[in-house]
Structures are given as C-alpha cells and as structure tokens.
Design a protein around this ligand. Structure first.
Ligand code: BG6
Length: 520
C-alpha cells in the first residue's frame, strides 16, 4: 500500500487568510528516492521538509519515499532514523499521527552507488509501489550524495532504465556543488544531459527557495516606484553580504577543498546579484526568468589575471570569539591541514557591463566566523545633486539606501533624510521599515519545502539551468585558478582576520573612494 501523506482529515490547520482560496497546482502521485539518505543534508533538511509538507497537506495523495545509502540496514531501522531526524530538526514539533502516516511505508536500499544490484532492487520497489497504487507514479531521484557520485548515479539510472517511464514523469534533483570548476560543471552537464532532458533536471541552489529571495522579484516587479530608479543613473553601488558567525563545524573535508568563493559566491551570491540586476522577465516561467538571469551573468566580464588582485580578496579566520566564547582559528579546526590556504572569507568587486548597470560596482562578500549571521543586499542611491540647507543642517544628509535583509529579521528598510524636530533645519537619516514577521504573522517555510514540491511539480523556475551554472563558473573559475597554489602568480601569505570580527582589512582595497563596507 502506498502512503497517503496528506494531513489527516478533520485536523485542518487554519489557512493563512492571505492565500485562502488561491489555487495550488496539484502534485502528481510521486515516489521520491533520496540517494545519500543517511547523510547530514537528508537528516537536517530534506526529511524535516517532507514532514512539514505532509503536515500542511502539500504532498500528493500518494507519496512514497525510498532511501538509498551505503550502510547495511533494515527498512524499519531507516524508518526510526527518519523519525528521529524529523523530531530533532523539524521547524514545527511533529505530530505523531502525521509522522507515522508519512513514514508508514518508507523503504531502504543499501549499497554502493555504482552497484547495479542497488538499481535492480530500486526497480523492484518502484514497480511494487505502482502495482499497489494501480496507477503510474512519477519518480523524483534526489542526489544528496558527495558530488563525485552524481555522474555515477545518473548513468546507473540510465543503464537500469529507471530514468525512463512511458506514462509518468521522471525527474532528477541534483544538490550543490555542481562541479568544482567550469570544466567539471560542463562535463557533469554533458553526462547528466546524455540521460535526462534539461526540463527533467533540477539543480538545487537552496537560496532560490528562500521566501525573501523570491520576494526580491515581487519587490522589484510588483511595485512601480523602484524600477524607474533601478539603473546606473540613480544607483551608486550595490553591496551583497552573506556573513556567518559559525565556523566550519564538522565539514572540514568538504570545506577545505571548496573555500568561501566556491561554497557561497559561485552559487548563492551570484544568484542574489542576478535578482538585483536582471531585467523584468516577460512572464514568470522557468525559461523567461532564467533567460534574464543568464543575461546578467554573461554581462559580467570574465576576470583576468591582471584584474583579479584588484577585484578579489580572500582571507582565513584566526582565533577569536563567537557568542562570547573563545574559538580556535581555521587551521586548528578538526580535520583542516595545518598548512591549508583555503579561504574562509572572500570579497569581490564585480561589474555588470550592460546598458542598465555600466559603472555601478557590485560588492560581494562572504565569510565564516564573522561578527554575526546576516544576509543582506544594500542598494545605495546617488547623493542629491544640490543641498540647499545650511552647512550644519546638511551634515546628517546621507544618500538613500535600500536594504533588503534576507536573514535574520527578514524585511526591507529604506534610509531617508528627515528633519530633526526643533527650530532649526537639521537633517538626519531615519529608516522606514517593513518586517516580514510582523507584516504577515506567519512562519516562512524552509527553502527545501518549496524546492521539493516545485521539483515534484516539474516547475524549474527556482532551479539553476545548465547554461546558468556554467555562466556562474565562468566568473569564478579564473579566480579559483588564480588563488590555487599551482598558479605562478599566486600572491604571498593569506590575509587573516580574527574570528568574530568584521573581516580582513584587505577587503577595504576593493572599495571605490568614499565607499565603505556596512557593519556586520
Ligand atoms: C551552504 C554552504 O550552501 O549554505 C554552507 O555550503 C553555508 O557553508 C550555507 O553555511 C548557508 O546557508 P543559509 O541558508 O544558512 O544562509
């Protein structure tokens, strides 16, 4: 029997009045197969996301889950592990009845990802689910494994014919990182697209599933007042920050071979830049939205060896403080080689060389172990051309700045100049704020909830297309290569910053005269 994972009837939660009555596109009956089902991502994000979808009745009526990973274990043991992961990491405390219904019939297939036997066993289970359902079921294969297995799994799915179905849709969802260089990304695209068609492929960038990232499109394209200003005539600079207070935790293996540029800038931060800089799409279809984003990426000149030292800075954290406690430096973190030159901080100054943006600097920075966790986009407008106030009155006048905060305290704030009450005309900046939490009074879903349902529906708007991922690599690849120890011009010692600080002083060198990094 297949699982009916929708919320049990008679226990409906009140629907958010703002969306009541709006139609949701249905999700067809689906079997989701998670490769790497015992891994961190599955436990922390995917399984809790599935629970929350089940809780909201957003999974299809017939929904089956199969986990695949290396370790030998029984279906029952896997089911218990899933329950524990959901209890521990779900954003809402799980209701036992929903949890049990969701996992009632979960299956587990042990084995290595290159073992034909694993795919034969998967085929048997998938067929069994269809027999029980008495109807064809869509298949979604979620690759949440180490990236080296992505092509292996895809090719096995092709060889075993699991990637084909005459009467139902088959989709593949691929986690990041999609390659570690441009060449690898191209090769991976080639191998994936030799088995699947592009519309069947869903490359994850979880930032695209965040409510606040999607809100950027609403903000720009559902309001008439910003678009006329949204260009080089009025905008002076754009600053995008993705700062984290956490260190690398237990991820030394992955992180030391990735570094900040590949971990966050190549994907999440370039996506944020695209959302700021893209032209309004003709319609909100996957193709139109992604066409516009690709055009932005293509307008960014490929960094050359002469420019890289002037437009890119990297650094590594040393010992310092986090949350009031002393913390070790990157080189002392467990699993990090003592001579590692992996950057834990990266900052870039990019230009979007097109009609709308020519000459406007886009500053991007990200880092681990900075003062606090904050992801924001600050758009600074040009100063007014003339100030008619007395010198004293003008001192507090600052250019307008629009700050879109993605996390925490999601919202939008606009810095305006206002008169200080009193008998004199003295100006000072004030902020006009919109906060998501207070305006909508509802908890935002986790990014993975949105992404999993969209992939099961076949809507690829919030996923990265093949040419898009390659266009992102085209920008980062020369910098990765320049920073590699193998490069003949690699600069001397790596810059350092204290854990818990604002980042390295060296990042100042990227700024145009008069610009400054916002406080983290
Ligand atoms: C992941 C990176 O993609 O994004 C992590 O691998 C990073 O290193 C994380 O911590 C940040 O995501 P979020 O949603 O917490 O901003």
């Amino acid at each position: 029997m297949a699982v009916t994972a929708g919320r049990p009837t008679g226990q409906e939660e009140p629907e958010n009045p703002l969306v009541a009555g709006l139609e949701r596109l249905p999700v067809a009956p689906t079997t989701l197969v998670i490769f790497g089902a015992s891994g961190d991502l599955a436990r922390r994000k995917l399984l809790p996301a599935l629970y929350n979808l089940a809780h909201e009745g957003a999974l299809p009526e017939r929904f089956n889950l199969i986990g695949v990973s290396r370790k030998e274990k029984e279906h029952g043991e896997f089911q218990t592990e899933c329950m524990e992961a959901i209890r521990r990491f779900s954003r809402r405390p799980p209701r036992e009845d929903v949890l049990e219904t969701l996992l009632e019939n979960v299956k587990y297939v042990p084995g290595t990802f290159d073992d034909d036997g694993v795919y034969a066993e998967l085929g048997t289970i998938l067929d069994g689910f269809e027999r029980d359902a008495g109807e064809p079921l869509n298949r979604a294969f979620y690759l949440s494994t180490a990236p080296t297995f992505f092509p292996v799994i895809v090719e096995e799915l092709g060889r075993s014919k699991l990637a084909q179905h005459d009467t139902a849709e088959v989709r593949v969802i691929i986690e990041k990182p999609f390659g570690t260089t441009l060449e690898e990304a191209r090769e991976l695209n080639r191998r994936v697209l030799s088995i699947f068609e592009e519309p069947q492929v869903f490359r994850i960038d979880h930032y695209l599933g965040k409510e606040t990232v999607q809100n950027m499109m609403a903000f720009r394209f559902a309001n008439g007042m910003f678009e006329p200003l949204w260009n080089r005539n009025y905008i002076d600079s754009v600053q995008i920050t993705a700062a984290e207070d956490l260190g690398i935790g237990t991820r030394a293996d992955y992180y030391d071979s990735a570094g900040a540029l590949r971990d966050l800038i190549q994907n999440h931060m370039l996506q944020l830049l695209c959302h700021v800089a893209m032209e309004p799409p003709v319609s909100f279809t996957a193709e139109e939205v992604r066409n516009e984003k690709v055009k932005v990426l293509q307008s960014i000149p490929e960094p050359t060896a002469v420019e890289i030292p002037r437009m890119a800075v990297r650094a590594q954290y040393g010992a310092g403080h986090a949350g009031g406690d002393g913390v070790v430096g990157y080189l002392e973190e467990e699993g990090v080689p003592k001579d590692s030159i992996t950057e834990t901080y990266a900052a870039l100054r990019l230009e979007v060389d097109n009609w709308r943006w020519a000459g406007v600097p886009f500053y991007l920075r990200t880092g681990k172990r900075l003062a606090r966790k904050v992801t924001e986009i600050a758009v600074t407008l040009k100063p007014v051309p003339h100030l008619a106030f007395s010198q004293a009155g003008s001192l507090g006048v600052q250019p307008n700045q629009l700050v879109l905060t993605l996390q925490p305290n999601e919202g939008v704030s606009l810095r305006l100049g206002a008169k200080i009450p009193g008998t004199r005309m003295i100006i000072r900046p004030v902020n006009m704020e919109f906060l998501y939490g207070t305006a909508f009074l509802s908890q935002s879903p986790e990014a993975y909830e949105r992404l999993i349902t969209d992939a099961m529906r076949g809507d690829a708007t919030l996923f990265t297309r093949n040419d898009e991922v390659e266009a992102q690599w085209r920008i980062c690849d020369p910098i990765v290569k320049y920073w590699s120890p193998a490069h003949p011009q690699t600069p001397g010692p790596l810059a350092q910053y204290e854990a818990g600080s604002q980042g390295p002083e060296e990042a100042e060198s990227l700024l145009r005269e008069g610009d400054s990094w916002r406080a983290i």
